[in-house]
Ligand binder design. Structure first.
Ligand code: BES
Ligand code: ZN
Length: 612
């Protein structure tokens, strides 16, 4: 039995090696033909909740024998497909749509025996497209106009564009977008800040990008410049607060350039989305998409901006070849984010943020199945959305922090800058990176790190013994207060919490003892009013502690919070806790009211969590 099993495994590995260059999450076959440039002409229909029009691909044929173009699609209805003949006229061609997979969508095979340079796919999206969220006016800040945004990472781009949907390829794009005349469209491309609002918008992205970075937002958007290079698109109601909160964006760019070389993308603007945006942020090039839940009024959560900006080097410039290497993207970005925070806000704050990440990794790794704890993950046949979490982000960041420690900051900074420069506009794999670091660091500076250690970090499970133990002096003081309070040496009113920053509060809440009682929760809430805090991060940390103790006094605030915010990192764990700690009824009641307001990906995930 054992032998047969080993044999099967061997055969399976054999097959996957044969198609090694293929991305398991895409139907595309890049060595036959690839899209060099994409032109989109799409009309936005808020009544029907559809995008309709055509995608024109300019192709480069790599194999003289190739006769077809294979694209990824999901939930798209294809109207017709044309190719351009030698005489520049357009001709219809035949195509075949494969079986529909709920995660990967449908393979679209377009017959193109003459290897034309251009092909046009006329299509329409589904109102349920997983890469788009259509918001009603009630879900916006202004309450008067609808809103649309895309979220293509990891493999949802195919639900609104028929495309080779793999991070292993790059293309440039132009687009013409038609919207209702009173709305503005923006994209991850050049946006004319003062373009006339007339419902007809042109975009151009001259740098080649992986398809998951093509993005669109449409709404009653206004623009305000923060500097020559940076500005904010938001609804009028949110614009001023966002400009004040993110006023350090230009300084962040300057510091990042000093560390890692020139910013390659021209402008850097932010688009502030309504609170149902399912992530904190998304690094769409030239235009990061940002949740309004980080506008705390005190800049305490602006590491999110540093993070999305950091992707301008890690991810957008040097891109993971497949989603199995997500850590090359998110782990590097989390490290760069922390370096930007240190440069702009000083080492004490950066150290606190790093310590919170370290605690998060050490705690959550205990609940992750061991085989899912390596940086390089096996994502074959799996939904890449499921590999988001503490491993690619936190373990990846700790690995780079360790490298910095071992080789010294000066050496490591030069290494990373060279890495971004050497591989700019290219893709990267764990294997390639491991080789690169071997020749650039391990061989050049012997005695700092062994090859075995390097492999353990990239391919090994759990946390290596050499994982840096990150502490923050500020947190040590907070811990003393917790300890005294738990040992009843001081009462709740005697906790010395004057001048604590948001990070100290987060540490405090997250490190309250396992033995925390309902009575203690009440005392803390009486003194600090955590339940009604306006800081979304503190609220989340607090609710995570109060739900298991069935602190029902917080339920009204909790329900409001969960109904308003669609950020999955917050709401998914809260639903799980309610479900797990005897409050399934409350979870279902909140979900009934909120479900239609959540993003399709969040709905999908929560349907599974709540098993409805
Ligand atoms: N690119 C991610 C968001 C993402 C990851 C979307 C994987 C889809 C699949 C973005 O840069 C990100 O990491 N956002 C974090 C920011 C945080 C770590 C500061 C978030 O949304 O919470
Ligand atoms: Zn990221």
């Amino acid at each position: 039995m054992r032998i047969i099993f080993t044999l099967i495994t061997f055969l399976m590995v054999g097959t996957s090696n044969a198609t090694n260059s293929r991305d398991p999450h895409s139907f595309a076959v890049l060595d036959q033909v690839s899209t060099q440039h994409l032109y989109l002409d799409l009309s936005v229909d808020f009544q029907k909740k559809t995008l309709a029009g055509f995608a024109e691909h300019r192709l480069v044929w790599h194999n003289p024998k190739a006769q077809s173009l294979i694209l990824d699609t999901k939930q798209l209805s294809i109207k017709k497909i044309l190719y351009q003949g030698q005489n520049k006229s357009w001709y219809r061609t035949t195509y075949h749509l494969g079986a529909s997979d709920p995660v990967f969508g449908q393979k679209l095979t377009i017959s193109l025996p003459k290897q034309p340079e251009r092909v046009r796919i006329y299509y329409q999206t589904s109102p349920e497209a997983t890469g788009l969220q259509w918001l009603t006016p009630a879900q916006t800040a202004g309450k008067k106009y609808p809103f649309l945004f895309s979220q293509s990472q990891a493999i949802h781009g195919r639900s609104w564009i028929p495309i080779q949907d793999t991070p292993g390829m790059r293309l440039t794009y132009t687009a013409r977008i038609h919207t209702p005349a009173d709305l503005r469209a923006v994209m991850s491309a050049d946006n004319t800040q003062n373009a006339e609002k007339d419902g007809d918008y042109m975009f151009h992205m001259p740098q080649p990008i992986p398809p998951y970075l093509i993005a669109i937002g449409v709404g009653n958007l206004h623009f305000k410049a923060m500097s020559q290079q940076t500005g904010i698109y938001a609804e009028k109601e949110t614009l001023a607060a966002a400009v004040a909160e993110f006023s350090d964006t230009q300084i962040m760019i300057d510091e990042a350039e000093t560390l890692y070389g020139p910013y390659a993308w021209g402008r850097y603007d932010l688009l502030i989305l309504p609170p149902s945006f399912p992530f904190g942020g998304m690094e769409n090039p030239r235009l990061s998409f940002i949740t309004p839940t980080v506008i705390a009024g005190d800049k305490s959560l602006v590491n999110l901006i540093a993070h999305e900006l950091a992707h301008s080097w890690s991810g957008n410039l040097v891109t993971n070849a497949t989603w199995a290497d997500l850590w090359l993207n998110e782990g590097f970005t989390s490290y760069v984010e922390n370096r930007i925070m240190e440069a702009v806000f000083g080492p004490a704050r950066a150290q606190m943020e790093l310590a919170l990440v370290s605690d998060w990794v050490r705690k959550s790794i205990q609940d992750i199945p061991l085989e899912k704890t390596s940086l390089k993950v096996n994502t074959q046949n799996k939904d890449p959305d499921d590999s988001f979490g503490a491993i690619p982000y936190g373990k990846g960041q700790l690995f780079l922090t360790y490298l910095e420690q071992q080789f010294g900051r000066k050496t490591f900074d030069i290494f990373l800058k060279n890495y971004f420069q050497t591989y700019q506009f290219q893709t990267m794999t764990s294997e390639h990176f491991t080789q690169y670091i071997q020749t650039q660091l391990l061989d050049k500076y012997p005695g700092r790190m062994t090859e075995k250690e390097l492999h353990e970090w990239v391919y090994g499970q759990g946390l290596p013994e050499t994982t840096p133990d990150v502490t923050s002096p500020a947190f040590t003081k907070v811990q003393e207060q917790i300890d005294h309070w738990v040992a009843q040496k001081i009462t709740t009113s005697q906790i010395k919490s004057n001048h604590w920053s948001v990070h100290e509060w987060l540490y405090f809440i997250e490190n309250l003892p396992e033995t925390l009682t309902l009575e203690q929760v009440k005392q803390l809430d009486n003194r600090y009013q955590f339940t009604t805090t306006q800081n979304a991060e503190i609220a989340w940390a607090w609710f995570s502690r109060t739900i298991p103790l069935q602190y029902t006094q917080a339920n009204t605030s909790l329900a409001t919070y969960m109904q308003r915010i669609g950020r999955m990192r917050f709401i998914v764990p809260l639903y799980k806790l309610l479900n797990q700690y005897g409050q399934r009824e409350l979870a279902l009641e909140i979900y009934r009211k909120s479900r239609l307001g959540y993003h399709p990906i969040a709905q999908h995930g929560l349907d599974r969590v709540l098993k409805i």
